[in-house]
Design a protein. Sequence first.
Length: 232
Amino acid sequence: MQNSHVQHPGFFRRLMGKIYAFINTFSFNSSTDYWEKRYAHGGNSGGGSYGKLAEFKAEIINGFIHRHAIRSVVEFGCGDGNQLSLLNKHVDYLGLDVSATAVARCRQRFNDDNRRRFAIYDAQRDLDPALGIRAEMSMSLDVIFHLVEDTVFVQYLRNLFGAAERFVLIYSTNQDSRPMSTLPHVRHRQFSREVAKSFPAWALLEWVPSRCPLSQYKDGSDAEFFLYGRGV
């Protein structure tokens, strides 16, 4: 009979990852440093990439891909790849992340799928045109409110919209945080204001509200979908 007091080794890895993520939050240096340390110590992409929130996001994303016959996607902030596991498997996908550990994890997880590719993203620079990072749709899921530095935020939007041929899909909150009202690695922004100012050629096509708002669900999210299009 199996000893009920003996836990699976994976349980301890996840537990230590959560403990380190908590400690890492209060020794914050930069958004890139935070996420690399979080993944390197066994942490994951967070609750938004698991359970009912991940299922909701997959439903909306896959529906949009189907309706608009999207054939290629580049995601800025692929994380641990759990959300990706629910993505339409017939789409060519490139996942970018600031964490080398997360990228290595995704490469291992999707090693047998030649439609899934991954690369490290430099949060401080424009995308190198020689790399040919372009797709019909670029995607940002639960990332923008973790870009606490102004320069990183502006650079991220420039790359996100610069890599898109037809559509940009953003899943995020869209209001500014009050100073000192969030954890160090969180800063909510009214990103739509910056999009309207810096990318006037892109129009908001669809808005999908949160299905599980924090006011109703303890483990919910106030993030919403914003679907932008150009030449649609």
